[in-house]
Design a protein. Structure first.
Lengths: 228, 382
């Protein structure tokens, strides 16, 4: 009970500070995923097209994924120095694999018959991509972004070691003081919460973009039309 | 309309999928390509809209070589329907139908109108426009697939086993619906199938292919009547040939060529013995030149055996006959209508050449149902 009281006390005393770190933490993760998406989605599409490349690209991304987070940060720090940029860059690297893999899988799994009928109807290659492949692969691509975001929120806590701030700062402070349980939890709980919420929101978005789940929207529209 | 000139397709590894194909298709014709798998029928069809490019030769649509045209533009002018239907699951029925129109940059309102109009062709209500493909049954989906190919009023439509994945009942109704639609809209259709019944039902002309070459190209009737070779015969299947036969076959082909006969000079006891021996109840009476004069049966012998001795004394000369080149169809009708047990078959000079009995009719029915031909087993009179 004491611990809970302590946590609440910490929040009342440092509310704006926690919020600031929370926001900073989220931005680092989001930027990491965003930059990764900008690179990885086109790369995923590319290797889906020329799938001889896929083995190379995916195993490279796999190797990146196996490097321990702390080691990665330390190595990047040698090159890029301290600060947020280094953390964002490492989060970018960690996000690559889930996004590339999902984009690749999503695009490859689009029914061949649909591609053929698209082509036979007179779509250009780009139109097939824009009107058929991407919409149909969208929910799988979103699932990749979701995984990436949850991973990066976790890893971003380590950013504190190279002075990037974020909720990791609070956790680290808790470990450095005696009886710091409350402070550790005060940093860990928002981190976990952020991951859960991110997962939930991305999951909702993923379902929303799924090609086969449009019925509800259509039904609603019909009812509205009838009512009007 | 559509012309193939020495078209060949050689795949990597030297396999000739299509070999020196020449064919001309008229406007408004319904052409079925048929053949065993790997015969090049689908390849041939896909070369028309350049989904596959021919290796040699050229294809002309309305006199224009398709290789000189932009493939994307070309495909927008050719309808295409595939077996897997291929409706886009993330688009409504309306968007699916009017997709080609969208590619052709029609305005939204016009596209909507056209989709509505097309839906009427297949007796679907406009509320289907807002639905998604997965909410429709397979038959309905393929109707939409066909409509999609008609959307821009393309004069030429390619169909790759479009009804192959449907259940037999749906397939049947869709075939009929589609045939009607084709006549109404006057489209040229190239239809690939491996189902001979479908081809016979739909096609104006059937192109039978094997190993990348045309084996026979004719109307369904001509193919059934005159299969070009054994392969075609085998491919059509014996049952269909037999089924096709009752309409075109003459009596001569189904008659029993060895009726049990007797000459007028024989005695009645000899006649009875012959009947017993051959397990029949009637005998045809012929003279030495095999000219049919009449018949006797067991009842007549029984009634008159006390008064008469010889066959010629009791022979009944009122007898119904058919000539050997009459059509089976007509003969069958006569036998059934008049309740006759048999009909003697004669040539032009009234020589007896054979007999058609009810047993022969059983054979015809049996053949058409089970496809076995056992003509030598036709039994004797009665």
């Amino acid at each position: 009970m004491d611990t809970i009281k302590d946590i609440l006390f910490y929040y009342t005393q440092n509310g704006s500070y926690v919020w600031e770190q929370f926001y900073r933490h989220f931005l680092m993760s989001a930027y990491g995923v965003l930059f990764a998406a900008i690179v990885a989605i086109p790369l995923g599409i590319l290797i889906a097209r020329y799938h001889k490349l896929s083995a190379w690209v995916i195993s490279l991304a796999n190797i990146i994924q196996t490097i321990p987070a702390l080691a990665m940060l330390a190595v990047l720090m040698l090159v890029m120095g301290l600060g947020t940029d280094t953390v964002v860059f490492s989060l970018f690297l960690y996000s690559l694999l889930p996004i590339i893999k999902n984009t690749y899988t999503g695009i490859r799994n689009v029914d061949h018959a649909l591609l053929e009928s698209g082509k036979a109807m007179g779509m250009t290659k780009f139109q097939v991509l824009r009107m058929v492949e991407i919409p149909l692969a969208m929910s799988v691509i979103m699932a990749g972004l979701r995984t990436a975001l949850v991973i990066t929120i976790g890893i971003a806590t380590i950013g504190t070691f190279i002075g990037a701030g974020g909720l990791g700062d609070i956790i680290l402070r808790g470990t450095n003081v005696t009886d710091g349980t409350a402070i550790i939890l005060a940093g860990a709980i928002p981190t976990a919460l952020m991951a859960v919420i991110a997962d939930f929101v991305m999951g909702w978005l993923e379902r929303k973009l799924s090609p086969n789940k449009k019925r509800k929207g259509a039904l609603k529209k019909n009812i509205e039309e009838q009512a009007a | 309309m559509l012309k193939f000139e020495h078209v060949s397709k050689v795949y990597k590894g030297g396999k000739r999928a299509v070999n020196d194909l020449n064919l001309e298709i008229e406007k408004g014709e319904f052409i079925c390509f048929i053949g065993p798998s790997g015969c090049g029928k689908t390849t041939t069809m896909k070369m028309i809209n350049r989904l596959i490019e021919p290796t040699e030769g050229s294809i002309f649509i309305n006199g224009k070589n398709i290789m000189e045209r932009d493939p994307v533009q070309l495909r927008r002018e050719i309808g295409y329907v595939i077996q897997q239907i291929g409706l886009f699951p993330h688009m409504t029925i309306q968007e699916n139908i009017s997709l080609v129109l969208k590619l052709l940059k029609w305005p939204e309102a016009k596209r909507r109108e056209r989709a509505r109009e097309l839906l009427k062709l297949v007796d679907l209500t406009p509320d289907y426009l807002e639905k998604y493909p997965h909410e429709l049954s397979g038959g309905q989906q393929q109707r939409i697939g066909v409509l999609r190919a008609l959307a821009a009023d393309q004069p030429l439509i390619l169909m790759d086993e479009p009804f192959g994945a449907l259940d037999p009942i749906t397939r049947d109704s869709l075939q009929e619906e589609f045939k009607k639609l084709q006549r109404k809209l006057d489209k040229t259709i190239v239809f690939v199938t491996h189902d001979m019944d479908e081809a016979i039902k739909l096609a104006d002309r059937i192109v039978i292919m094997r190993d990348g070459q045309i084996v026979q190209c004719d109307t369904p009737d001509d193919i059934l009547r005159n299969p070009a070779n054994e392969f075609v015969e085998e491919f059509i299947g014996k049952d269909r040939l037999v089924q096709a036969r009752p309409n075109i076959q003459t009596v001569e082909q189904i008659m029993n060529p060895k009726p049990v006969t007797i000459t007028p000079e024989h005695s009645l006891s000899e006649a009875i013995q012959l009947m017993k021996q051959c397990r029949v109840d009637s005998l045809l009476v012929v003279d030495e030149k095999k000219v049919l004069t009449g018949f006797i049966d067991v009842e007549m012998i029984d009634q008159k055996r006390k008064k008469a001795n010889l066959v010629k004394d009791i022979v009944e000369t009122e007898i119904f006959t058919v000539e050997k080149d009459t059509l089976v169809r007509d003969t069958v009708r006569k036998i059934l209508k008049r309740g006759m047990k048999y009909v003697p078959v004669v040539d032009h000079n009234h020589h007896l050449v054979g007999i058609v009995t009810r047993a022969s009719l059983v054979d015809i029915v049996y053949d058409s149902i089970w496809g076995e031909v056992e003509t030598d087993e036709i039994s004797k009179i009665g």
